[in-house]
Design a protein around this ligand. Sequence first.
Ligand code: HEC
Ligand code: HEC
Ligand code: HEC
Ligand code: HEC
Length: 197
Amino acid sequence: MRRTWIGTLIVLTVVAAVWYMLAGPAYSEETQRTFIGASKCKTCHKTEAQGQQYVLWEKAAHSKAYETLAGESAKAIAKERGIEDPQTAAECLKCHVTAYGVDKKFLGEKYAITDGVGCESCHGAGGDYSKMKTMKAITSGETEPASVGLVIPNEKTCVGCHNEESPTFKEFDFEKMVAKIAHPIPEERKAKYKAAE
Ligand code: HEC
Ligand code: HEC
Ligand code: HEC
Ligand code: HEC
């Protein structure tokens, strides 16, 4: 009886340790907040006046990161590693989708695995910062972004996924790569917030 107990305990510990290792990029603080999905950000971040953040993201690679896992090269990479289906494998999903491994209770109605590397992969779970009032207060400098879970991404954010653990990794030049995904708020628009300060 006692032996089975200890056996169960060991198995549980191993399962927990493996789960932890597979958890991918750290969602430490964000796990307390809800991931709302890129389609929610779209509401306020798509027009030219706003800077078309959603449009630019949708056209680029990050939005296709989940789709990529269904392609021939993904399947070939997976096969070498004994993985049947990359679209359901933790070894691939942890960098190819948003909020992988996060408890379902923190995934909002519009959260979609098909978003791939969505806005919240870099900016953090939007549950507590995406209200108009909060967003404006951040840009005008009244609210500290981190206090509501908004991440202003930097090189460290990127290398959480762009690293040697990626089967296709070659190198990561932050300056070059960040320029490729640039989606700034137009200067004229930002100036209004500065004037209101
Ligand atoms: C959650 C993981 C993740 C994070 C964080 C992340 N990326 Fe990526 N990135 C990917 C994946 C996966 C792809 C490949 C998508 C595809 O082709 O399907 C990719 C592709 C790219 C590409 C296009 C491929 C290329 O070589 O031109 C660029 C540019 C890029 N990322 C830049 C960045 C920058 C800059 C950051 C940080 C601000 C960043 N990424 C953060 C996972 C991530
Ligand atoms: C540590 C994060 C990470 C993991 C784990 C990961 N990827 Fe990726 N993947 C990336 C990033 C970042 C890119 C884009 C830049 C690059 O190639 O490093 C990418 C790009 C790709 C591409 C597109 C390459 C191209 O040049 O078109 C394929 C296919 C791919 N990954 C398949 C997989 C498969 C299959 C798995 C699981 C066995 C996997 N990835 C696991 C981060 C990851
Ligand atoms: C791959 C990581 C990544 C993804 C995905 C991403 N962003 Fe960003 N975002 C960044 C980086 C890096 C910056 C620049 C931060 C800085 O100003 O230092 C930024 C800046 C911004 C800004 C502020 C621009 C400014 O001028 O201050 C907005 C707004 C924004 N992102 C919205 C979005 C939205 C909406 C999405 C999804 C449709 C998204 N981002 C997806 C990395 C990302
Ligand atoms: C209800 C509208 C609304 C939604 C939804 C929304 N935003 Fe915003 N966001 C704004 C407004 C307004 C600003 C201020 C700048 C402007 O007017 O374009 C802003 C500013 C930002 C900034 C710049 C903060 C800074 O440092 O100045 C980032 C980054 C950002 N949003 C990301 C996101 C992401 C990611 C999502 C989805 C998770 C999102 N937003 C959802 C309205 C919204």
